[in-house]
Design a protein around this ligand. Structure first.
Ligand code: PAF
Length: 291
């Protein structure tokens, strides 16, 4: 459809018109929802979308309803100019940058909320009340606005991805959800917009989270099954390094319920504060049936 230059669109109506035109021309739409302050993890999502779809839409919207009262909504970095340059380089076609009023015309306390029971209460949900309902509601809305064929999300937000996969299936959105592996710095730290909050000293300590995840995975692959003890020991280890862990958990990969010694599809998840920065990471793996 001749989208050579990237377009920035900030109203639902204008976006719908462009999407309609693209669909009439037989193009497939790939969607990358973000909150901006883009890093190479986001760009990897755009690149994956580029490989699989004709027209790529990236949204940049710092969604107020997924932040708790004491969280970083106000200070979350807004870097539209730099983000636009990165997206243009990655051959994104459309950047959708709605205002809060455009997304929540009736105010943020909407009557209608998408909430995914069973996947939202534990882990980050326990420490961030209402967070996943905020995410599920805004992503549903964005899905209805963009109407993509495929939507791309980082596996770093493992619980978020599980929530999105579940409501996409249960609400019958005709959208394929694509999970993309976590991008890491050379020292293993998962890339995140929040890494920018870390001081130099904290940045040097932060990779210990991924190291701890790898050690836990290796211990399990070597036959250890005392999951509570393993997690408690990791919490203590992280505390000694200066973290304030919210949780270290070994869960079943499909439903995010606590894993038992006989489960083989596992994910280990960590959330820990380092100073004022909350970091999350995870590692998913299978125990081969022979072990
Ligand atoms: O992962 C994020 O950046 C956000 O949670 C998302 C999916 C864009 C919804 O606001």
């Amino acid at each position: 459809m001749g989208l050579i230059n990237m377009q920035t669109i900030n109203t639902i109506q204008a976006l719908r018109a462009v999407i309609k035109e693209a669909k009439l021309a037989g193009k497939t739409i790939g969607f990358v929802p973000t909150m901006g302050n883009l890093h190479s993890g986001h760009i990897r999502l755009v690149e994956e979308a580029r490989k699989q779809c004709d027209v790529i839409v990236t949204s940049i919207f710092v969604n107020p309803t997924q932040f708790g009262a004491n969280e970083d909504f106000g200070s979350y970095p807004r870097t539209l100019e730099a983000d636009s340059a990165l997206l243009a380089d990655a051959h994104c076609n459309i950047v959708f940058t709605p205002t809060a009023l455009e997304m929540y015309a009736n105010g943020v306390s909407q009557s209608t909320v998408v909430s995914v029971a069973g996947l939202s209460e534990q882990l980050c949900g326990e420490h961030r009340a209402g967070h996943f309902a905020g995410v599920a509601t805004v992503v549903s809305k964005l899905f209805n606005i963009v109407q993509p064929d495929k939507a791309f999300f980082g596996e770093k937000d493992f619980q978020q991805l599980a929530v999105i996969r579940r409501f996409t299936t249960e609400l019958a959105f005709p959208i394929t959800i694509v999970g993309v592996p976590t991008e890491r710095a050379e020292d293993g730290l998962a890339l995140s917009s929040r890494n920018g909050y870390l001081s130099t000293e904290e940045r040097a300590i932060a990779p210990a989270i991924y190291k701890a995840l790898c050690q836990l995975r290796d211990a399990i692959l070597n036959g250890q099954r005392e999951y509570t003890m393993l997690c408690d020991a990791t919490v203590l280890h992280l505390q000694k390094l200066g973290f304030d862990p919210d949780y270290v958990a070994i869960q079943q990969g499909q439903n995010l319920q606590p894993a038992s010694a006989t489960d083989t599809d596992l994910v280990i998840l960590v959330a820990a504060k380092l100073g004022k920065t909350r970091l999350i990471d995870n590692i998913a793996f299978q125990i081969p049936s022979a072990l």
